[in-house]
Design a protein. Structure first.
Length: 305
């Protein structure tokens, strides 16, 4: 009877068991040396994993550059040389120059184009054109961060040189493969041609809407003057519509063209390439673009009695 009275009562089924204070203390107290050993063990594993991933990324990058560099080397840059020569453009057979839908471009050197257009073009399309070697790595990072923020493709990272490569070889497909190939061709273009020659090709061949390729053709058609003679407002208009020339045609959609012009003018002032006074004067300038397909009334001839 005494033995039975000293037995511990078993807890009811389902009731939580009480832990011995000594046992719980033993479980919680882990030797410091053992904890430190575990820490260094996992640290080494993570470092090893990081090194492996870094090496894999490095070799993949080198392999990608080698592969696309090899593909880019097969493109003949003599095609771009023909695009810089008006006689060669006029005499070229189909396939020797990029296809155009309308009259062939009028090739103009940079010194035959209004400096306002060059400034507006760089502000709009490629602010770091004079600094990069065909591919703007900062622009790539900036575009990637913005696209991640917006969760959609809202900004590309194509430079003027990359656009020259795309237009010269008529590479219109939108894919990562084509972007990488375009970047490697652009690197070759930068090594072979000067910055002014690249600007000349772009300005002479860029599609500006309707049937006009190049700033010289568009200037003569819309404003009745050469590319050298256009005003700041006219230059900003043409630079502003480059991304969607048919949508923002100054003839068919003057309001849309004016909005794009004003955006470029404000960015030019922010970049310091024009003064605020120049900006305000150009903003106040009415947009006058004539329709070249509509016969213009003859100019009045003064009567001489």
């Amino acid at each position: 009877m005494a033995l039975s009275s000293t037995r511990r009562k078993r807890p009811a089924r389902g009731a939580p068991r009480r832990k011995s204070p000594a046992r719980s203390r033993r479980r919680r107290s882990v030797p410091k040396g053992k904890a430190l050993g575990r820490f260094w063990k996992w640290t080494k594993r993570l470092c090893f994993l990081g090194v492996c991933l870094g090496l894999i990324g490095f070799f993949l990058s080198v392999g990608t550059l080698f592969y696309y560099g090899s593909l880019a080397s097969k493109y003949d840059l003599a095609r771009i040389e023909r695009m810089l020569d008006q006689a060669a453009v006029d005499a070229a057979l189909p396939g020797e120059i990029p296809p155009v839908y309308g009259p062939r471009p009028l090739v103009v050197a940079v010194d035959q184009i209004s400096p306002h257009f060059i400034d507006a073009l760089l502000v709009r399309e490629d602010a770091r054109f004079r600094q990069h070697g065909g591919v703007d790595l900062l622009g790539v990072v900036r575009a990637a961060l913005r696209n991640l923020k917006e969760r959609r493709m809202v900004q590309g990272a194509g430079t003027i040189t990359m656009q020259v490569a795309r237009n010269a070889f008529d590479e219109k497909e939108r894919s990562l493969h084509r972007k990488l190939l375009e970047a490697m061709i652009a690197r070759r273009v930068e090594k072979r041609f000067s910055k002014d020659e690249i600007l000349s090709v772009y300005s002479s061949w860029a599609f500006l809407g309707d049937e006009y390729h190049g700033v010289e053709r568009a200037s003569r058609a819309w404003f009745g003057k050469t590319a050298r003679q256009i005003t700041l407002g006219e230059a900003a208009t043409m630079a502003g519509i480059l991304r969607a020339p048919n949508r923002f045609s100054p003839v068919n959609n003057p309001e849309g063209a004016k909005i794009q012009r004003d955006v470029v003018l404000r960015r030019m002032a922010e970049a310091g390439v024009i003064t605020e006074a120049q900006r305000d004067e150009a903003l106040a300038e009415p947009l006058r673009a004539r329709n070249p397909h509509v016969p213009q009334p003859p100019k009045a001839v003064p009567f001489r009695g």
